[in-house]
Design a protein around this ligand. Structure first.
Ligand SMILES: [Zn+2]
Length: 81
């Protein structure tokens, strides 16, 4: 072991890593329900384990794919006020 030079990444490698990190960040942002906060007031519903828009009662998340999920099975189309 010696010389840190072998640890150094080339510009191309850096760019590749940077690009993939940036894409991940964009995806995370797209997935993040809190992002909706900027446009709509959202709240978390403990009863159905999902975020919803307070104004309209629309859910921000689709029902999960778990069969007989106790949260989703009884979830109405819109959150009741
Ligand atoms: Zn569920």
């Amino acid at each position: 072991m010696g010389g840190g030079d072998s640890e150094r990444l080339s510009d191309a490698e850096w760019n590749r890593i940077f690009e993939s990190k940036r894409k991940e960040a964009l995806l995370d942002e797209a997935r993040d329900p809190h992002r909706e906060n900027k446009k709509h007031k959202v709240d978390f519903c403990d009863e159905y384990d999902a975020y919803y828009v307070i104004e309209t009662g629309e859910w921000l998340e689709p029902k999960c794919k778990v069969k007989k999920c106790p949260f989703c099975v009884n979830r109405p189309k819109k959150k009741k006020k």
